[in-house]
Design a protein around this ligand. Sequence first.
Ligand code: ZN
Length: 251
Amino acid sequence: MDTQSPTTLLYATDSYLRTFEARVVATEGHAVALDQTAFYPGGGGQMADHGELIVDGRRLLVAGMSKRDGIVWHELAGDADEELPTVGALVTGEIDWPFRYRMMRTHTALHLLCGLIFREYGAQVTGGQMYPDRARMDFSVQAMTPDFVHDVERSVNDAIVADHPIKVYQLPRAKAMKIPDLIRTKINLLPPEITEIRIVEIVGVDLQADGGTHVHSTREVGGVKALRTENKGKQNKRMEIALVDDGDTVS
Ligand SMILES: [Zn+2]
């Protein structure tokens, strides 16, 4: 049993991978670690994936995820006496794609939102979180007027239609520390042992150090609508957005 090597994160280089094969490298109660995985363990405001691990034709539900010391754990649902996969077993993983794809569209929408709000108003992000049906982001601004919200919503939807490509790549830390857009997003707060930084770039709009999964082009986001704003303090305002799906219209 080798729990020392970190899990290979297949989603980090191919966010569209839905099924994969892997070997069990460790088990701990109902949690299973694999040599590689396409399941996103959660983090950076993006919710963890769920889905199934298929072992000898049996479908085991992945009900929760966690990541500790570079190892991704797939927490299986089910009762205690159910037979769990053993170390060395070959498994097929299948992520819940409709859920993941919504997360990818939502995550890219949030990066558009913070990139545009910074470019147009100079406002910094102070926090954010995605949910299955919406997302929120907090900004360091004194006020969010209805005009501001309307203008931001229109800017985001214009950027979606403009079909900006999204590139994901690694940069050496020293190089990343020289890019103003990255410094703005406080990459200096990343632990010093991280020497390679994963960059998500919405070409022409936003550049961030980010570990999440994104769509390939902004057009895939479809469209967004602003749901509501909330006062979180004198210099901190929250905006909630949702994806616009079939049947919805942008206000
Ligand atoms: Zn992000």
